[in-house]
Design a protein around this ligand. Structure first.
Ligand code: FES
Ligand SMILES: [Fe+2]
Length: 325
């Protein structure tokens, strides 16, 4: 996947999903396309090529692939020789929504979340990151759900070491979506990053309503009891074993005039504080057997995430090609 803004009309974009090289590009009408980033002829990365007549052209010998992945032109072909039927690459499911280009290597298993706030002018969106970590996507998403670390990893920004208790929460699981809410202590807005709407409160509290969409997506709605609200949309791209890329889109219905860079710098600071911790975690992938690691009551979200990943048979790496046990 990619931010929409990363894929321009002129040049193909290279990425990796579940260990598979993927090229994302656009046809002349702007529609996003995705296919295997590997030319059938000599294994060259098609993402190094160019776009012509709504086809992707290999940079080595200029074979042309259409949006289905079928090779439709071979410049070296002599007259009367047909294009071999084997001359094709896999094309993948690809949609563009919420400022992101989404790719699925097989038929999508789950629908994208609904985020009505992101589809009206009453909310302004800021794209932050992306955040490339040497960590498994499961660890990055779990970190996003973890309340207990806020005072210790983000003191003064997301939490206060004097208020370390994690409020109780109840997780309801519906299919691949976990729902839970908390009202939790937060740090007062900092001078460096005045991004929240909790002004003038000595011990502010934040109301957070979470939807965790398995395997690696979160919709978090924040409020402070008034009209002002924030929506965090986090998506983790599983790149390969122990590598992931997090996208975090933030919608707000206030502070439209604030420069995007304030939120972007804030999230860069937060994600960097988390990165060194999460990259150190072993095993690299979240162990989905609850007997591994130690869980306390405040870890209820992590426990439910592990249970749900197991129930949905997503608890093994490369779930496209490794059968469930
Ligand atoms: S390697 Fe792609 S056309 Fe030859
Ligand atoms: Fe964090």
């Amino acid at each position: 996947m990619a931010y929409s803004s990363e894929v321009d009309a002129a040049s193909p974009f290279s990425t990796t999903l579940l260990g598979t090289p993927v090229v994302v590009w656009r046809t002349a009408d702007g529609t996003a396309q995705a296919m295997h980033d590997l030319c059938i002829h000599r294994g060259t990365a098609l993402s190094l090529g160019w776009i012509k007549d709504d086809c992707l052209v290999c940079p080595y010998h200029a074979w042309q692939y259409d949006t289905d992945g079928t090779c439709v032109h071979i410049p070296q072909r002599t007259e009367g020789t047909p294009i071999p039927s084997k001359a094709r690459v896999d094309a993948y499911h690809c949609v563009e929504r919420f400022g992101l280009i989404w790719v699925a290597l097989t038929e999508p298993v789950y629908p994208l979340p609904d985020i009505p706030e992101f589809e009206t002018d009453d909310w302004k969106l800021v794209m932050t990151g992306p955040f490339d970590w040497n960590a498994d996507a499961s660890r990055q998403v779990e970190n996003f759900t973890d309340f207990g670390h806020f005072p210790w990893v983000h003191p003064g920004l997301l939490g206060d070491p004097e208020r370390p208790l994690v409020p109780e929460t109840t997780v309801t699981t519906e299919g691949n979506v976990l729902h839970y809410s908390v009202v939790r202590p937060e740090a007062p807005n900092s001078d460096d990053f005045p991004v929240f709407a909790n002004e003038e409160v000595v011990t502010p509290e934040r109301r957070s309503r979470y939807e965790l969409h398995l395997p690696y997506t979160i919709v978090l709605r924040l409020g402070w009891g008034g009209e002002k609200g924030m929506v965090y949309f986090y998506v983790g791209q599983p790149i390969s074993e122990n590598r992931c890329r997090g996208y975090c889109i933030i919608g707000r219905n206030y502070d439209f005039d604030q420069s995007d860079s304030v939120l972007q710098d804030f999230e860069q600071t937060i994600f960097d504080q988390d990165k060194r911790i999460v990259e150190s975690q072993r095993p690299e992938q979240v162990p989905f057997d609850l007997a591994d690691e130690l869980h306390l009551k405040f870890d209820t979200v992590a426990v439910n995430y592990r249970r749900a990943m197991h129930a949905e048979e997503l608890d093994y790496y490369h779930y496209l090609d490794v059968p469930a046990e």
